[in-house]
Design a protein around this ligand. Structure first.
Ligand code: GLU
Length: 455
């Protein structure tokens, strides 16, 4: 059976690091199994959904290299939800309710005050036809709830959390449709998962109790005759896995994480490969490593390595992985993002000094010049004059120069290297001089040494 996963963001904001992680893991599940990864835009809420966020989600996935194999939009599927709803209505699995938000709130408060779980009391089911008619006459439009079946526990084997068991009587019959006819998330999602043949639902653990409810929706929809797409037809419901939430370094769900998206990462110089390498392993028993090769990441990807403790997101880890990924990045992969003139040798020379690719231009300036002039002591000036005349161009001019000067002046270590580096680059640290000097070139190198020698 073909594995089908889906990433189902609501376009009410930009993706944040938590959604990105969910998207990645769904992509990985599908890729690893040779299956399909769908993007489903959950835009049934016209008030809060924005087209610009739909665009941004697509762009972010493209930046991350997580191309979906198909895209669906819930707003284009309303008639399908309507039909499914009608089937459930005929099967007696949905009912209308008239309580206002304030009334429901009050009920919850009373229950909590008595130490009871705040479960909806199903008062709407008890209404007589006359009471309903009275509500309608008062102009109160009903909203709709899905009636849970209390006859048996809801159980599933969760891909991350293991065996799960819920007593449906401890859950509220969920509101699935608002009084204005618009849909809440629960039913459309279950309908889509059936219709699109989704075989695996991987999402955050904040959805665990939704899963319990949706499992009953799957059963009810199947019983009401809703057919699944293609190969998933035999599944009673998709396999479920709920990953632990992502928290900040301090161990709390931070506001910052909730707004940290691809735009902020790319501005900060984070490479998509680095973010992926980190998020693929964060919260698993596998070490976070700077692995840029997605095939290698996929090979070790396994839900059984996922832990139940919150995954801690630490910027320092990301920076470490990012730097290491940049240091191994091949020229071909980066060439079109580098400033003019940086060739393969140039990239190899400066790459080990980079924390972000954007810094490449600054380091490359040491090759092209102009460089910052430095002050030298009289002694160093004389030494640099000697260096200018000793400079010889061969396979390894730096090795030749330093060997020669060591011999003739008796200088070694910092005394030998630092004035040369300063004179040649204007900086006290930077790329390997053995690689840099050939890029600077003979004439320019000699000119820089001579200029420094003159003071
Ligand atoms: N739109 C839902 C959310 O963003 C999707 C949850 C799901 O994966 O089913 O929370």
């Amino acid at each position: 059976m073909t594995t089908v996963t889906r990433f189902a963001p609501s376009p009410t904001g930009r993706l944040h690091v938590g959604n990105i992680r969910t998207a990645l893991h769904n992509w990985m599940l599908a890729r690893k199994a040779g299956g399909r990864f769908l993007l489903r835009i959950d835009d049934t809420d016209p008030e809060r959904s924005r087209e610009e966020y739909v665009e941004a989600i697509r762009e972010d996935l493209a930046w991350l290299g997580l191309q979906p194999d198909g895209e669906e939009r819930q707003s284009a599927r309303l008639s399908i939800y309507e039909a499914a709803f009608e089937r459930l209505r005929q099967a007696g699995r949905v009912y209308h309710a008239y309580e206002t938000a304030q009334e429901l709130d009050l009920k919850r408060k009373i229950q909590l005050g008595r130490g009871l779980p705040p479960v909806y009391d199903r008062a709407a089911l008890e209404l007589s036809d006359q009471q309903r008619a009275e509500n309608e006459a008062k102009g109160i439009a009903p909203h709709w709830r899905f009636r849970l079946d209390h006859s048996a526990p809801i159980e599933w084997d969760d891909g991350v959390r293991g065996k799960q068991k819920f007593d449906p009587a401890q859950l509220s019959d969920p509101v699935i449709r608002r009084a204005d006819g618009s849909w809440l998330y629960m039913l459309p999602s279950a309908v889509d998962d059936i219709e699109m043949g989704v075989t695996q639902v991987l999402r955050g653990e904040d959805h665990v109790s939704n899963t319990a409810v949706q499992i009953q929706m799957f059963t009810a929809l199947h019983a009401a005759g809703m057919a699944s797409a293609g190969s998933a037809a035999s599944l009673p419901h998709p396999a479920f896995a709920h990953e632990a939430l992502l928290v900040g370094k301090e161990g709390k769900l931070s506001k910052r994480l909730g707004s940290l998206g691809c735009d902020a990462f790319s501005e900060r110089g984070v490479e998509p490969h680095a973010l992926i390498a980190l998020l693929a392993r964060l919260g698993t028993s596998l070490p976070v490593e700077p692995i840029a090769d997605r095939g290698a990441l996929l090979e070790s990807f396994d839900l059984s390595t996922f832990g139940r403790a919150p995954a801690r997101f630490d910027d320092a880890d990301l920076d470490r992985v990012n730097t290491a990924i940049i240091h191994q990045m091949p020229y071909a992969q980066i060439a079109d993002r580098l400033p003019e003139g940086i060739d393969e040798a140039g990239w190899h020379a400066i790459r080990p000094n980079l924390e972000t690719v954007a810094q490449a231009g600054d380091w490359w300036q040491l090759v092209t010049g102009p460089i910052e002039p430095c002050d030298f002591s009289k002694e160093d000036q004389a030494f640099l004059a000697q260096a200018a005349s000793a400079l010889e161009w061969n396979d390894d001019p730096w090795l030749a120069l330093t060997a020669q000067l060591k011999e003739s002046t008796g200088r070694k270590g910092k005394q030998l290297f630092l004035p040369l580096r300063l004179a040649l680059t204007g900086k006290s640290h930077g790329p390997d001089m053995g690689e840099l000097l050939p890029l600077i070139g003979e004439a320019e190198a000699r000119a820089r040494l001579e200029r420094a020698a003159r003071g």
